[in-house]
Every structure is written in C-alpha cells, then in structure tokens.
Design a protein around this ligand. Structure first.
Ligand SMILES: [Zn+2]
Length: 256
C-alpha cells in the first residue's frame, strides 16, 4: 500500500509534468466521468494531502487516491506504457507529456471550492505545509485504548502513514505496536518521530527499512530476531495483510 511519501513524490513529479500547461487530451476511464473532456483547461497546480492527490484547473479539482495498487507514470507522447493499458483509469495529456494513473482506487471530480470535503475528516498531513503536531496528539489521545500500531494507520489521527512506516516508527521509539495510546509516556516524541521519518522519506528517498519486511532477521539494535504479527483491527476484521514488524526484546509488550 502506497504511503504518504509515495503520494508526495508522485505529486511533485506530476506538478513538474503538468502544472502551468494546458490539457490537450483527457480520458477518464471510470463510468461516472466517461464523457468528461477537460481539453483546453489549464492545470493550475498539483498537490497532495496524506495519500490523496489533486489536479486543479481554475474551476475543478480532480481528486484521486492510489488505494492498494495504484500508480502514476509520466510519459512523453507516443511512448510505450510500462503498465497494462486496461488498468489505466485516468489520462491527462499536454502537448509534451502524458500522465497516466493506473489502477487508481478513486477518481472523482469536485468543484474547486469543494476540494476540502475530500480531506476534512483527515488528521494533519505529515508532509503538508500546515503540519500540526498538537492536533495529531489531540486526535490520538481521544482514543486512549487504541493500540498505537492501529492508531498510526488511521488517517483521521494523522495523514500519510501506511504499513511500512507504522512498523518503523514503533521500532525507532521502542514501543510495542499493541501498546494502548494511554500507556505511551512519550507520545509527543513518537509523533515527532513520525514526522521526521516521513519527511526524510519524502525529501531524501529511498528510505531503508530497519524493521519492516525483516522478520527472522537480527534487530539492528540488539540482534534478537525480528518478528511479524498481525494486529487484529476491530474495524476491519477481515484484513489480514497488514503485518507489523518489531523486535520482541527492544519493544516489549506493555504491562497492562
Ligand atoms: Zn532489538
């Protein structure tokens, strides 16, 4: 699942490719917008909030989300696509570039003035210009019994963290992922770590994971073998693909 830094970097590439240019061809391959044609519209800006991506014309905002499998690619006109054509959901082309969104989980077109409705429910954006650590803390503390490993994934608390970075943040702070929010003494430091990790990944990629994906391999701190657990999510009981990786020695379970 793409994380906030992936979307932030995609927005940066797409901004370079499209912003300030006029659309010469658009193709919305989703039933709801199949007849929408934005040819002739200028792209004023491209931006991200958490995992949400926005292309803005003077009147409209095209809101997209990668969800599980989505990806954006930028081509020169006529260049062969690197992903199967039938998975393309949105094509935005200018005279000298063609941006293709493959397997997008969401495509919707909003009036510019309504763009905020796509993100109003989200917590502060870890990579946004208005990152607000105090607001993220307030939202986390509103659910004191929630395990931190789930709370970090909940975009209503803070926006931008996926499965990779929730493991990394808990590992770096030596916190067991099942620890309830109320039992974490240094919650502000953990929120600060989340901001630091995402910022580094977005501005100095690639991020090299210390814990994520390293089960049965030695902990970089203490050499104990790392483990992967499934953290049952009461709101999504059928999801079993979200293993969280941690060190059982450095991140002991909190005494309850
Ligand atoms: Zn360790």
């Amino acid at each position: 699942m793409p994380e906030g830094d992936t979307v932030f970097l995609a927005a940066k590439r797409l901004r370079t490719a499209l912003a300030g240019k006029t659309l010469t061809h658009t193709d919305f391959r989703v039933p709801r917008y199949a007849t929408l044609d934005l040819r002739g519209e200028p792209v004023e800006s491209v931006g991200s909030y958490g995992k949400h991506l926005f292309f803005r014309t003077p009147d409209l905002s095209i809101h997209t989300h990668l969800k599980m499998e989505g990806a954006w690619r930028v081509y020169t006109p006529g260049q062969r696509w690197t992903k199967p054509g039938f998975t393309a959901r949105l094509i935005l082309a200018t005279a000298d570039t063609e941006a293709v969104g493959f397997s997008l989980g969401l495509v919707e077109v909003l009036p510019r003035t309504d763009e905020h409705t796509a993100t109003d429910h989200l917590g502060p954006d870890l990579l946004g210009p208005n990152w607000d650590a105090d607001e993220a803390l307030r939202r986390l503390r509103a659910h004191p019994d929630q395990p931190i490993g789930l709370a970090l994934l909940d975009q209503r608390n803070l926006a931008g963290i996926g499965n990779i970075y929730r493991s990394e943040i808990c590992f770096l702070r030596k916190v067991h992922p099942a620890t309830p929010i109320a039992h974490i003494d240094a919650l502000p430091a953990l929120v600060h770590e989340a901001h630091r990790v995402l910022t580094r990944a977005a501005h100095h990629p690639p991020w090299r994971a210390l814990a994520y994906g390293r089960q049965h391999r030695p902990c970089p701190r203490c050499a104990t073998n790392l483990v992967v657990h499934l953290l049952p999510d009461p709101t999504e009981p059928t999801r079993t693909d979200r293993g969280i990786y941690f060190c059982p020695a450095c991140q002991p379970a909190s005494p309850l």
